[in-house]
Design a protein. Structure first.
Length: 474
């Protein structure tokens, strides 16, 4: 079976010749590298074991072309994702395919740590000296004097010196094979093909980390014809980035690593979870004016418990069979100021975990209410701690409940449970999740501190009662 798909099912759903054309610009070096990589995978018989990791950049659509396992990584994070794949499936052939802006800029820490770890993975580094996908900005490998979108007068001293990645990777102890090749003529293409095949063979033999840097053409951003771009690589890049093998050693193969277990009971034991069935108390997703994806923001100073309350909300929702996310955001202050957590509860799927315009806000201190109160959508709900916020905010179209969260917790003799008071108030104000769901999540969180559950349950009930009293008074 060919590693290349017979038809490239691209985003434009092209027909005829378009169904067999890549998205790369004419003369781009990526096409040749794809060809050599696919042929090497096929000739070595690695297709069914290969996982190809491509991040943000010109190769972002690589999964349209190669019939292997494919993973999309965040910008620069391909080596970290590759390590995860290799450890999860030691028998796989894992290839991180990266450009110069991706690997040598935002992903610089990832590539150095991955290379220094030395696991048997292969990195194909395509160096065309420019940010190709995003508009021709200067890259870490851009030669001195080259004009780019971000160095219109040419790269100079103030932009720093170009980085020679192959030499720096080769200087580390762990990598076993590092070579720089090019594509500008037939002889160099043969060497590039052999280098890529060797990198995969080394991984197949479990000998260690391999790194192949390919000097490639980008006619579009060089503003040259494909032929002139090849000459530019030969005359301008090669003197700066000398070709050849930078490191080639043959250590003993890494010992065979047993396949990790993904048995749910064993995983649960390691992470402290449980495979037991969890009771559900909701008959359906809550019917609110907010729709099928409810955004909440819980905010306060460090130590207010906003993050814990957010986690409990997300856990309760997941146990009810809904989708839920929790994204923490910590401010620089350990006390004072504001840190917050964004929570989404969705009937089917959370499409974006951020909550810039929440339906519900729980504010534990004045800075949090001042910062986020105005972002609550019309028809939304705000619960704030009346103990520390003396003046009720004016938020037209929003239901506002001032509950003395801290004062209630003090009365209960447990100041730390004010976030549980807030959860009770939130439940009464919104009825997003059944009381039983939230109390179960609290009980689970206190599994090893069961003696604390009664005061937490009382705190929750006091929060409910406080909001019900406000409703009755109005």
């Amino acid at each position: 079976m060919s590693v290349f798909y017979e038809r490239f099912d691209r985003h434009d759903h092209g027909q005829g010749l378009k169904a067999h054309a890549t998205h790369y610009c004419p003369g781009c070096g990526h096409g040749l590298v794809h060809k050599y990589l696919a042929e090497s995978i096929e000739s070595l018989g690695l297709q069914d074991r290969t996982v190809l990791v491509s991040p943000v950049g010109c190769t972002v659509f690589m999964y349209y072309y190669m019939d292997v396992g494919n993973t999309q990584a965040a910008h620069g994070r391909a080596p970290a994702v590759a390590i995860g794949h290799k450890l999860a499936n030691p028998n796989s052939i894992v290839i991180a395919y990266q450009g110069d802006g991706d690997l040598a800029s935002i992903g610089l820490a990832e590539i150095f740590h991955a290379a220094n770890l030395g696991l048997p993975i292969s990195v194909i580094f395509v160096n065309n000296a420019i940010y190709g996908m995003t508009g021709g900005q200067m890259a870490p490998t851009t030669p001195m004097g080259l004009k780019t979108a971000t160095s219109p007068h040419g790269r100079g001293r103030y932009e720093g010196m170009p980085m020679r990645m192959a030499e720096q990777i080769a200087a580390l102890d762990a990598p076993v094979y590092v070579e720089r090749v090019a594509l500008y003529d037939a002889k160099q293409r043969v060497k590039a093909h052999k280098a890529i095949a060797r990198a995969l063979q080394i991984q197949n033999e479990r000998r260690g980390f391999s790194f192949v840097e390919v000097l490639a053409e980008c006619p579009t951003h060089l503003k040259l014809t494909p032929q002139d771009a090849e000459k530019w690589v030969r005359d301008s890049m090669v003197p700066l980035f000398p070709l050849g093998v930078k490191k080639d050693i043959s250590p003993e193969p890494w010992p065979e690593q047993p396949e990790p277990s993904f048995d749910p009971s064993k995983v649960a034991q390691v992470i402290g979870g449980s495979t037991a069935d969890v009771p559900r108390f909701a008959s359906s997703f809550p019917k609110t004016t907010f729709g099928d994806d409810v955004a909440l923001k819980l905010a306060g100073a460090g130590g207010d418990g906003a993050q814990t309350a957010a986690l409990l909300l997300a856990r309760a929702a997941i146990q009810e069979g809904f989708d839920a996310t929790h994204i923490p955001s910590y401010g620089p202050e350990s006390r004072g100021g504001t840190s917050y957590a964004d929570v989404h509860l969705a009937k089917d799927e959370v499409l974006s975990p951020a909550a810039p315009h929440p339906h519900v806000l729980v504010a534990f201190n004045a800075p949090s209410l001042a910062k986020f109160g105005s972002t609550v959508v019309p028809g939304g709900v705000v619960v704030y701690d009346k103990t520390v916020i003396s003046e009720a905010p004016s938020l037209p179209g929003v239901r506002v409940y001032g509950v003395p969260l801290a004062a209630i917790a003090q009365e209960l003799g447990a100041p730390v449970v004010k976030n549980i008071v807030a959860l009770g108030a939130l439940h009464a104000a919104t009825e997003l999740l059944p009381k039983e769901s939230l109390l179960l999540a609290i009980k689970q969180a206190l599994e090893h501190k069961a003696h604390l559950y009664p005061v937490n349950e009382r705190a929750f009930d006091r929060g409910v009662a406080a909001v019900n009293a406000l409703r009755s008074a109005s």
